[in-house]
Ligand binder design. Sequence first.
Ligand code: A3P
Length: 289
Amino acid sequence: MKRPSYTLHDGFRMPMGFPVAGFASGQRYVPQPGDTFVCTYPKCGTTWTQYILYLLLNGAEPLAPGRRLDSVSPHLEEVGSEVVAALPPPRIVKTHLARERTPWSAAARYVVVLRNPFDCAVSFYHHTRGFVKHYDFADGTFDDFFECFVAGEVDFGDYFDHLLSWIASVHDSNVLVLTYEDMLADTRAAIRRLGGFVGGAAAAAASDTDVVERVVHAASFAGMSRDQQRWSSARPADMPAFVRKGAVAEWEECMTAAQARRLAAQFDARTAGTPAAALWPELLARARA
Ligand code: A3P
């Protein structure tokens, strides 16, 4: 069985070449009032949410093709605390860390975006094979990756550990929990909620219909499919793009029914008795069938 290559650090898998120093220093960052963290497991809508927040805070003006989103909204555990602290406020900070590793402050805000594990696994597979230099997994199969995913042996750890750590904070007043599926179903509503939650200029933008329409347009799947170097390093031409499919229940095309049932059983066992058990009832029913 082929496995992606990772950097193992402190019991944690990171993409190969990911600086270990940033991982340690990022966790020591002291959140400042006005900071908004985008807290996700990989492939759950991180970049989309970061970009919506960026647009809300910047007059819905799209990021120019020559600029990178991570220069204005960096990945905390990649760049470390100093780079984040040097940004002008209000900061939008990306993290894939679980709740207990994420720097916490009652004065900061945390946007948590969750995605169903089936589509997450498929998206993560394409991501892992696409970034050849990071994972050396170009010829890995979905079956190979699926086994790593259900074992939690992928970068940023186990999907369910992350989900359960954040869902426990769902009632905290400085935490907003959204799902990727709800964002797709009603993007305008998600934009308004994000703006209202972040407050200030973002709230003003989200209450202006024209601005919201411009955010919808710039952050649409088509809008973000253009000039993808704004969020992604180069990939070989035969690999899928970073903004790839943007679909719900795509797993039904590439996961076997047995794999879907296995992942659904894992979901049921891991989320029992927690608020996460109520997530995605229709999708779970489809996967169990
Ligand atoms: P797929 O691979 O299923 O298409 P992350 O930013 O957390 O890595 O998430 C990446 C996923 O979000 C990919 O899913 C990507 O296509 C999707 N995505 C990115 N921009 C999007 C947009 N504007 N609308 C819908 N989905 C988007």
